[in-house]
Design a protein around this ligand. Structure first.
Ligand SMILES: *Cc1c(COP(=O)(O)O)cnc(C)c1O
Length: 410
């Protein structure tokens, strides 16, 4: 493998020139000798070491120290406070339009139900066939519940939805279009402003899923005129396993937002214990039940770090990481028949790439046992998720080398 030598030199040169390289040591476990390459930060981000202190101090000082008084002393405001922080740091959203709640699946349900309720005379939801399963399943359920039809957009395996694809699918019957900013498998990065305009020209509303982009690709939801958006906080926002999701509802839709899961904490006066549901003003009406306060702790550390670094610097490193990964895959695995099934143009992809080979299906247990941790997605793809603040170029190369060495001989 003599070709590895120049690649290793390249990786080390890129690390040496990387203005963000020092941030990697702020993540717990970055120096764990059993983890050779963590390439799945797009599924579960690593914890920041600061988070250990935040969790402990929350348990000691706030939970144990303040007990039930904590709800009045700030916990009840945390969903909107952290929502505004996500909006400002990562989404290009002015205050008052974001909140933290539930899971992405449940928020997809709430936002889509509100959207179709806002277009009562229309009969279709448009969604792409390659969208993440939960997005498709939730829309199938809503269609059945509300007597609507799904119109499927078919896409290239290594691509994603374009404005032309969406223009061909929408019409006077379209109530809502549901798409991902970055496609979970191919990594395709959608042109949100162009597609949003196409949807609006058809008189429909759009719901963007930013699960695979938030914290790694800059967004400008206000400027892009997006109607609704949601996404995970345990991927590139490092909120930890099962951390709650966030929702964005554009200011212009808040007043008429029809909450399909009416709970007491989304009501105007939860502690009035009144007889009828009256929605709270503003983004608070997205909430249903008691907010998951402990689940919102870790993401605040990552959001503070992203604020310090800036999304543009995060994106710049992400582009270099995925470009280097494509280069290394081509050099080390091209002749084994491994293909890159993500866009080769960095302007058209997020922070992960997918590579495909029939042998990949059985490779993951062996790789994980060796401390090389990507993930597998059907039918034959290994995803290399490169979380910009916690991943080095050398680590990326080591991981790709081990995958290459695990393949059957060319
Ligand atoms: C990861 C992901 C989800 C996950 O939804 P949960 O409700 O958190 O399990 C949803 N949609 C997309 C596009 C994702 O990438």
């Amino acid at each position: 493998m003599s070709e590895n030598v120049p690649l290793l030199t390249r990786a080390r040169t890129l690390d040496a020139a990387d203005p963000l390289s020092s941030y990697r040591s702020r993540f717990e476990g970055h120096d764990d000798p059993d983890i050779v390459a963590y390439l799945d930060g797009n599924s579960l981000g690593r914890p920041l070491t600061d988070t250990l202190g935040r969790l402990e101090s929350f348990v000691r000082e706030q939970w144990a120290g303040r007990l039930i008084r904590g709800w009045d002393e700030g916990w009840l405001d945390l969903p909107e406070q952290v929502g505004d922080l996500i909006g400002r740091v990562a989404l290009g959203a002015a205050a008052g339009q974001c909140t933290v709640a539930d899971s992405t699946s449940v928020l997809l349900y709430k936002l889509a139900r509100a959207a179709v309720a806002a277009r009562p005379e229309r009969t279709e939801i448009v969604i792409d066939r390659d969208n993440f399963p939960t997005d498709r399943f939730i829309m199938e359920g809503i269609a059945a519940e509300r007597g609507l039809q799904l119109r499927w957009v078919e896409l290239q395996y290594d691509g994603g939805a374009t404005a032309a694809d969406v223009a061909a699918a929408v019409g006077p019957q379209t109530a809502l279009v549901v798409l991902s900013h970055v496609a979970y498998r191919s990594g395709h990065l959608a042109d949100v402003p162009a597609i949003t305009e196409v949807v609006h020209d058809a008189g429909a509303l759009v719901l963007w899923d930013l699960s695979h982009s938030v914290g790694s690709v800059p967004a400008e939801l206000d400027q892009w005129n997006v109607d609704y958006a949601t996404g995970c906080s345990y991927k590139y926002l490092n909120g930890g396993p099962g951390a709650p999701a966030w929702a964005y509802v554009a200011q212009r839709h808040l007043e008429d937002f029809q909450q399909p899961i009416q709970g007491w904490l989304g009501s105007a006066d939860p502690f009035g214990m009144g007889s009828d549901f009256e929605p709270a003003a503003g983004i608070r009406r997205i909430i249903s039940g008691t907010p998951p306060i402990i689940g919102m702790l870790a993401m605040q550390d990552m959001l503070e770090l992203i604020a310090e670094v800036g999304m543009d610097a995060v994106r710049a490193k992400s582009v270099l990481l995925t470009s280097f990964a494509v280069e290394a895959v081509d050099a080390l695995m091209g002749e084994h028949g491994v293909v890159v099934t993500s866009p080769r143009d960095p302007d058209q992809r997020g922070s992960h790439i997918t590579i495909d080979h029939p042998a990949f299906k059985d490779l993951i247990p062996e790789l994980w046992a060796k401390g090389v941790i990507p993930d597998y997605r059907n039918p034959s793809g290994i995803r290399l998720g490169l979380s910009p603040l916690s991943t080095s170029f050398e680590e990326t190369l080591l991981g790709i080398q081990r995958i290459a060495e695990s393949l059957p001989p060319a």
